[in-house]
Design a protein around this ligand. Structure first.
Ligand code: 5GP
Ligand code: MN
Length: 338
């Protein structure tokens, strides 16, 4: 957003409006943190605000202020459609391609509302009038903080906003350890803590609410399902629907599993394949210069960031893994570069 656009947006937000906030499919900490952080900011300016998710999200994210009012499009489709149709402004957070919000994308595309993208993923599509987009930002939550600052409203930062934004920054930076974590990130975190963010409590809520089933599923993955392609510095896991059922799978139970593969010494590329509703969802992570956004785009109908991306495969699990194992060696040079 340039200075002229900032002025325009300020005047748009000066009077109460019907506002819808949407975020990506299978919302994560940054998706929910940025959506509810923005929600808790906008309601202070007397706007009528509705957060809509394309589908459900894990229970460990269901405590943020405003959560009870979130509408799940896959469950309350009619109500969600009504809100989108009434909206004067639509904020699209933590995604930049309407494909990422599934059928909710058709409603957003149809709507005459003024659209905003606030996001940090690579290669944004051009469907919004206003864009606060920075691939250098560690999270969309960092950009929501920036948005509130640009609006001249830092005085409105309160505990509710701070808890939401802290959550997204913490989860998207892997608890402040990924290279995307900068001095700016820490300066923002300091400000959020001054505004009341309950840092330790948030960490507990997100990471220490594991069920026994989830821990056992992780143990099974690590003990039985890890494959290491040592000469390619690559490691991967896979889980079928049947395996998930054995461990009474609940949404969020496989979150973070891929990082264990990446934590192995020397591994530069980690992948995770999980069967859900008849398709294979893929997660890719890398260390260093191997670009998983390009890999996901080229082979698995996906995208994301240079070091964290995702996608899908319509093939069976067996054929998906066969495809993966046959493609990886074509990247040998990049994967074995010192
Ligand atoms: P995850 O592996 O945690 O699902 O996703 C990692 C990153 O890739 C996230 O930033 C997420 O937004 C992005 N991502 C995951 N799945 C997809 C996908 O199917 N398409 C695109 N474009 N991005 C994805
Ligand atoms: Mn994000």
């Amino acid at each position: 957003m340039n200075a002229k656009q900032v002025k325009e947006v300020k005047s748009l937000l000066a009077k109460p409006k019907h506002i819808v906030i949407v975020t990506h499919w299978s919302p994560d900490g940054d998706a929910m943190g940025s959506s509810l952080g923005l929600y808790n900011y906008l309601i202070q300016k007397d706007h009528k605000v509705t957060v809509i998710t394309p589908n459900d999200y894990p229970a460990f994210l269901s405590w943020m202020p405003g959560d009870k009012k979130v509408i799940d499009f896959s469950k309350k489709t009619a109500a969600a459609k009504k809100h989108v149709a009434q909206a004067e402004l639509i904020f699209c957070l933590d995604f930049n391609s309407l494909k990422r919000i599934d059928k909710l994308g058709d409603e957003v595309a149809k709507s005459k509302a003024i659209k905003f993208i606030i996001d940090h993923h690579l290669q944004p599509e051009d469907f919004a009038k206003y864009m606060l987009h920075n691939v250098g930002a560690c999270s969309t939550c960092e950009l929501i903080y920036e948005f509130i600052s640009l609006m001249g409203d830092k005085k409105l930062l309160n505990k509710d906003i701070a808890n939401c934004l802290y959550t997204g920054i913490m989860t998207d930076t892997g608890s402040f350890r990924f290279p995307s974590t900068t001095t700016k990130t820490h300066a923002i975190i300091a400000d959020l803590m001054k505004a009341g963010a309950e840092n330790s409590e948030i960490h507990n809520r997100i990471y220490d609410g594991n069920t026994v089933d989830k821990i056992k599923l992780l143990g099974y993955c690590l003990g039985e399902k890890l494959t290491v392609m040592k000469e390619l510095n690559t490691a991967y896991f896979s889980l079928t629907d049947k395996e998930l059922k054995k461990f009474n799978y609940k949404k969020g139970d496989t979150e973070g599993v891929v990082n264990y593969a990446l934590s192995i010494e020397g591994i530069k590329f980690a992948a995770f394949f999980v069967e859900r509703d008849g398709i294979i969802k893929t997660s890719f992570r890398s260390k260093g210069s191997f670009n998983v956004n390009l890999f996901a785009r080229a082979h698995f109908e996906g995208g994301g960031h240079a070091n964290a991306a995702g996608g899908m495969s319509p093939l069976s699990m067996k054929d998906t893994l066969k495809k993966f194992v046959s493609i990886v060696p074509t990247y040998k040079k990049e994967l074995t570069k010192k």
